[in-house]
Design a protein around this ligand. Structure first.
Ligand SMILES: [Ca+2]
Length: 669
């Protein structure tokens, strides 16, 4: 998107909102007595920036006296006592993927309880007790998970045990005391994402593989059409200085051939997926002002160039997703020009919302546009013709060979959720492993329930939590709490599909955010240490770390200075320490089995420390220190091998020291 539009918003820190769930929570005693366990005051996983609310249609834990005996009581734990009303509350809603999803090939069941109330929690599956593991903890609540092998129908209920030996049984309904999973995965995970490393490419600024197309942008640049602009596009050599038009109309000549030529570089870096900023005919450097959705922009090459890029990438095992911009177009969009010329007699009149005609191109008062920018007329996506057109565009490019799409500003669309529900159904029916990511900056789990997106661009994680911790703006304890809220709010399946960005074309580069300076500066030792800390976290979160082009080379760029972060990659400049660090992280991501799962457990935190494990058996342990002094950390039981920093390779037990502004990655021996 154009740079003007983005603000990170109020990111992350977390406040817990207690909401009242409509249903009541009941418990069935072994004698068949009916007791109100609690009027559920439901813990909800809500940050100040999410719109998450627990479903009010969740299961009511009711039962009728005498209708059934306690199922499986013989195989469950012995019942010693039952909690009466006012004892405690637990939250479970099997219709919400946050509580039940299929991840990494198994069903993951999760339950939220008040923190510290229960010493152990079991899910009893077809008569067999599986101990649940404490996964996350935040503001008085904790979340437990259990993995049920395979994906098939099963019946289950929960047993919650206190340290004094009391037991609480959690059942479904009066008529059907057992919960039932029917074996149908309604939100299948796009499994290839889980172990992948992503890379974002901003085509004009990546690599110039074909100088013959460099000036073609001159024919279509929006400034020639816009009656409200006197500027003209600028064409620059690869290392020329930034001009005030840098963000959007200063062209450097990068193209699709250039990307193809650099596929070897990307492969050796360990990239598994490329996200391409818009490549279709448009009037700007960024391409979010589409002129034709079905034409590859000549300044980037031909359709054959694109086909060649995708084929070559696939040959190397690299997937490619495109940037889909359904909300708005450019003033050079053919249907919009038809309206501009013909007025109400245009058959595309109702593709837009026109306030007055005739109008001048670029007049934001004449038609509905995106965030008031006259260069970006908004499409009327409540018009079925427009919807069909856009859906066919998405399918066209999927048929062409793309592996998924990143969707621009989805929340701004008219009739947004209806549109994206339709889009998902259409795309997934033909391409079940297509990856669909929405550009939503705050964590809004309502988009992640299985009917809309597989992931959001998780700025809320990468910048809201990880960058905030690495830059010292929040403590380890605040980070642990925020991470817990984040991962409690979304399904484990979604966590594994996370599109985990720490920066992009729309933000400053993280090395700049971490004190490394602006374009052309030499980043300080401390800023590089902080970058390493941040990226260890980014690469060891569930999901796919996505590198913004050049971050792996130590590039700098301040968004507030004409979007410096978009400056062309200077291929003769590289900070080896940074590049080698990224290279090592992609290797770890590919080789440590724990990082190829969707599960995280937050273990411990303090002012400076954040400690968590990855994998269903805690195969990987990460210890991060954002403080300026070193700390001794108690290790979980067993022997641990240090795999980061590289070359360390010691096996340690009991305790380990972690240096200031650094992280350790250990694997279970
Ligand atoms: Ca070129």
């Amino acid at each position: 998107m154009p740079p003007v539009k983005k603000t990170l918003g109020v990111v992350v820190l977390v406040s817990i909102v207690v909401l009242i769930l409509a249903s009541e929570l009941w418990v069935l005693t072994q004698q068949g007595r009916e007791q109100i366990l609690t009027q559920t005051k439901t813990p909800s996983q809500v940050s100040t920036t999410t719109t998450f609310t627990p479903s009010t249609t969740s299961v009511a834990y009711t039962t009728t006296p005498g209708t059934t005996s306690s199922p499986n009581s013989a195989t469950a734990l012995p019942v010693e006592e039952y909690l009466g009303s006012g004892g405690s509350s637990a939250v479970f809603n099997p219709a919400d993927p946050a509580f039940l999803s299929v991840a990494d090939g198994s069903v993951v069941v999760r339950l939220t309880t008040p923190a510290g109330t229960y010493s152990s929690v079991y899910v009893v599956v077809n008569g067999t007790s599986i101990e649940m593991r404490r996964q996350l903890k935040w503001s008085g609540y904790e979340m437990w998970y259990a993995r049920v092998d395979g994906v098939g129908p099963f019946e289950y209920y929960f047993v919650l045990a206190t340290s004094e030996g009391r037991r609480v049984y959690l059942y479904n309904t009066t008529e059907r005391p057992l919960f039932n999973f029917d074996g149908v995965d309604r939100f299948p995970q796009v499994r290839w994402v889980v172990g992948s490393v992503g890379y974002q490419i901003f085509p004009d600024r990546f690599y110039n593989g074909d100088p013959t197309n460099d000036l073609l942008a001159n024919r279509t640049d929006e400034l020639w059409l816009n009656a409200f602009s006197t500027s003209r596009p600028v064409f620059s050599n690869w290392s020329d200085p930034i001009t005030p038009l840098h963000c959007c109309h200063q062209y450097f000549g990068g193209d699709l051939k250039g990307i193809t030529m650099k596929l070897g570089y990307l492969k050796s870096l360990g990239v598994d997926m490329i996200y391409l900023n818009p490549i279709f005919l448009s009037g700007s450097v960024h391409g979010y002002d589409t002129y034709d959705y079905l034409v590859v922009d000549p300044k980037y090459g031909t359709q054959e160039d694109l086909r060649n890029l995708i084929i070559r990438a696939h040959d190397l095992g690299i997937r490619v997703i495109f940037d889909f911009v359904p909300d708005h177009v450019g003033i050079g969009f053919w249907a919009f020009l038809d309206v501009y010329e013909k007025g109400p007699s245009s058959k595309y009149w109702y593709w837009f919302t026109i306030y007055k005609w005739p109008f001048k191109l670029g007049d934001s008062s004449a038609y509905r546009c995106w965030w008031g920018f006259g260069s970006l007329p908004q499409l009327n996506t409540t018009n079925p013709e427009v919807r069909d057109y856009l859906l066919n565009v998405a399918l066209y490019w999927m048929d062409f060979g793309f592996d998924g799409m990143r969707i621009d500003t989805p929340t701004d669309l008219l009739g947004a959720k209806d549109f994206f529900r339709e889009l998902r159904a259409l795309v997934k029916s033909k391409y079940p492993q297509a990856y669909i990511v929405g550009e939503i900056w705050d964590l809004d789990p309502s988009w992640l329930k299985g009917d809309l997106f597989d992931s959001l661009m998780f700025y809320s994680l990468g910048r809201g939590i990880l960058l905030a911790f690495s830059s010292g703006k929040i403590t380890g304890t605040q980070a642990a709490e925020a991470l817990s809220v984040f991962y409690a709010s979304i399904g484990v399946n979604v966590a594994g599909m996370g599109f985990n960005v720490v920066d992009s074309h729309d933000t400053s580069r993280v090395l700049t955010d971490l004190g490394g300076g602006r374009l052309g500066d030499k980043p300080s030792y401390e800023s590089i240490q902080r970058l390493k800390l941040l990226t260890v976290l980014q690469f060891t979160m569930p999901g796919m770390p996505v590198i913004f082009q050049g971050d792996e080379r130590g590039a700098l760029g301040d968004k507030n200075h004409f979007d410096e972060q978009r400056y062309p990659i200077q291929w003769d400049q590289l900070i080896p320490e940074v590049y080698n660090h990224y290279l090592y992280l992609t290797t770890l991501k590919h080789t440590l089995p724990g990082l190829n799962t969707s599960i995280i457990r937050v273990l411990y935190s303090s002012d400076d420390l954040l400690v968590y494990t990855r994998g269903y058996n805690d195969e990987v342990l990460v210890i991060a220190n954002n403080g300026l002094i070193d700390h001794e950390v108690q290790l979980p039981e067993g022997a641990w091998r240090v795999v980061y920093p590289a070359g360390y390779q010691a096996v340690v037990v009991n305790k380990i020291r972690v240096s200031p502004l650094s992280a350790l990655i250990l694997v279970k021996e």
